[in-house]
Design a binder for this molecule. Structure first.
Ligand code: ADP
Ligand code: ADP
Length: 225
């Protein structure tokens, strides 16, 4: 097991967002977290990557308790997080976006990682020296994903990678996610489009108002929506 979340409770002031969420991710899996808006999906991802401090509960990554580990250290341990909404630096070029942070964090493999990201995303290579603000929505989403891949995460947390994208680009992004997984990256995927998520996931958890209400193999949940 690469990730084990036990009885996680997270609050924003008086608002209790998670009421004891437990979930597990095995090495090599794509696990999806689905549920309505406000169910607590993003909060769960943010707690795992150290951006939200839980009130109680435990998060273990490769057997190590990371519940109170600072976010930058969690990144260094191998958890990548692509937050919702195409987080790129608009005034920097594509290449600068990819370089930022990665050059310091992974100096030994930096050039190899950059070449790999460009190989995986030919559209980014073509736009290497363009400002990120000139990219389309789908290309910015790919750049955000590319930035996370520069750090060679063992576990990748993806928050709504398909949001606001044209159907063709959604297919393309999901194809890339499946391919990344085949090459060895374990993925925890948050999605509103449950059908799409279940089509590439091995297992799924359904969240409702901060609780897991259903979980199981993706194929089973697909037939019982
Ligand atoms: P989802 O990702 O499933 O849409 P979220 O994790 O974003 O759900 O939100 C879970 C709950 O926490 C919701 O009730 C939401 O309104 C609340 N919430 C999320 N972020 C904040 C925040 N920064 N401040 C206050 N409440 C928040
Ligand atoms: P939230 O919307 O989740 O409350 P912020 O918008 O403040 O939080 O940003 C969350 C994280 O994303 C921060 O670490 C911030 O540095 C990073 N971030 C915000 N905007 C960008 C951006 N344009 N490019 C890259 N990272 C960004």
């Amino acid at each position: 097991m690469i990730l084990q979340v036990q009885d996680l409770q997270v609050a924003y002031g008086n608002i209790q967002a998670l009421h004891g969420v437990s979930l597990e991710v095995n090495e090599g899996e794509i696990v999806t977290l689905i549920g309505a808006n406000g169910a607590g999906k993003s909060t769960t991802l943010r707690a795992i990557s150290g951006l939200n401090r839980p009130k109680s509960g435990t998060i273990r990554f490769q057997g190590t308790d990371i519940t109170r580990v600072p976010a930058h250290q969690i990144v260094a341990m191998g958890i990548g997080h692509v937050p919702e909404g195409r987080r790129v630096f608009p005034d920097l070029t594509v290449r600068e976006n990819l370089e930022l942070g990665a050059y310091i964090a992974r100096p030994d493999t930096f050039h190899k990682n950059l070449a790999e990201v460009f190989e995986r995303f030919p559209r980014l290579k073509e736009r290497e020296f363009q400002k990120a603000s000139t990219l389309s929505g789908g290309e910015q989403q790919m750049l955000a994903l590319g930035r996370a891949l520069m750090l060679q995460p063992k576990l990748l947390l993806l928050d709504e990678p398909s949001m606001g994208l044209a159907p063709r680009l959604v297919q393309e992004i999901f194809g890339i996610i499946a391919e990344l997984n085949k090459r060895g990256t374990t993925i925890l995927l948050v999605e509103q489009n449950a059908a799409m998520a279940l089509s590439i996931a091995h297992r799924a958890y359904v969240l409702e108002t901060g609780r897991v209400v259903l979980s199981g193999p993706a194929a089973e949940l697909q037939s019982h929506p």
